[in-house]
Design a protein around this ligand. Structure first.
Ligand code: SF4
Length: 241
């Protein structure tokens, strides 16, 4: 029987590509190994047995994700803390002055543009969604400057709804592991959604992002500390501690 074609690939490529069932098995093994390796980073409130998430405030997840674009995590955390101490919800943020928002989020890159954007988002949530962050992708994507990554982050981390936010870490590591062969994050999202069963989607972003920050870094991946033995991009053997 011929090998099944991997989603999103041409028939010509499929001759060289592993069957989908084997790919899924490899993807789940990698995810399980990362879950053990990065157990210390499991977010509080998450039930590891059921994958259910107590959730963070969806509005604050949304605004933090907008603030985090092209900004280091530490700077995002400082700015988000300062902003939410004064304006924790759509009602308060929509009536804040632009100058005050700008000052509070100054640690993040592009704070001028982001100040305008977060206030516009708050206003739209107030006027069109009754002050509540929408819990579906279509409505989230209507908010100013909100793309698929941000919208999916809100679903996963704000509502505990299965989705796969694809940022630079998820895109890079999925390709290095050979789970996808894609150029754009949107393609990666589509393919990962076929490779991973839906009941594991909540894990994908969190584990790959942690792995990307700590081990599979963009430049100089620390392969000697990585237990993903089957990775086709491995540069050095794994050294058990
Ligand atoms: S073996 Fe190296 S390239 Fe592959 S996932 Fe691990 S750190 Fe990244």
């Amino acid at each position: 029987m011929p090998a099944r074609r991997r989603p999103g690939t041409s028939g010509r490529q499929s001759a060289r590509i592993e069957p989908l069932a084997a790919l899924r098995h490899r993807a789940l093994s990698a995810l399980d190994a990362l879950k053990v390796l990065h157990a210390h980073t499991q977010r509080p409130g998450r039930d590891p047995a059921t994958h259910e998430d107590a959730g963070e405030d969806p509005f604050q997840v949304l605004i933090s994700t907008v603030l985090s674009q092209r900004t280091r995590d530490e700077m995002t955390a400082v700015a988000a803390r300062a902003l939410f101490a004064e304006f924790p919800d759509p009602g308060s943020l929509s009536s804040a002055t632009l100058g005050r928002v700008r000052r509070l989020i100054r640690p993040v890159g592009f704070y001028n543009e982001k100040a305008k954007r977060v206030r516009e988002i708050a206003k739209k949530i107030l006027s069109e969604f009754d002050g509540r962050v929408p819990d579906n992708l279509d409505n989230l994507l209507t908010l100013p400057g909100v793309g698929r990554k941000t919208a999916n982050c809100v679903l996963v981390f704000g509502f505990g709804i299965p989705a796969i936010p694809v940022d630079t870490h998820v895109h890079r590591i999925s390709n290095r592991l050979g789970l996808v062969r894609t150029k754009k994050p949107e393609e990666t999202e589509t393919m990962l959604a076929q490779v991973f069963p839906k009941d594991r989607w909540l894990d994908v972003n969190e584990l790959l992002v942690t792995h990307g920050r700590e081990i599979c870094r963009p430049i100089g991946p620390r392969c000697e500390k990585c237990p993903l033995e089957v990775c086709p991009s491995r540069r050095r053997p794994f050294q058990q501690q």
